[in-house]
Design a protein around this ligand. Sequence first.
Ligand code: 5GP
Ligand code: ZN
Length: 115
Amino acid sequence: MQDCIFCKIAKHEIETEMVYEDDFVVAFKDMNPVAPVHILIVPKEHVNNFYELATNSQKALIMGAVTDAAAAIADQFGTSDGFRLITNNGKDAGQTVFHLHFHLIGGEVLGAKLI
Ligand code: 5GP
Ligand code: ZN
């Protein structure tokens, strides 16, 4: 989608260090981290949010890739014993970038921390 920052990052139109990439998702560090490990897992296809993923024909492939990415990133950053995977769905939930993404946070005792 034009003018979508995460589409541009996913297409490598904006230089960003990827920590993980496969056919369906990319992952990179959040520019405003709330924890020592704060990675965004982003589908390559533009989907507005999790609710809209429900009607996407690729949803099983995308969520499978998100699962693989989360496990690989947890291993890569040494947080497999404790991390949180969050998606903010819609503005009332605090979504600010309207391209589906999952925050993987960890690297500390998280308590009730959200995004
Ligand atoms: P949301 O509030 O939509 O759940 O999360 C959006 C997240 O994207 C925020 O944590 C914000 O810091 C991050 N973010 C927004 N724009 C960029 C960007 O251009 N690069 C990176 N690395 N992170 C971004
Ligand atoms: Zn997009």
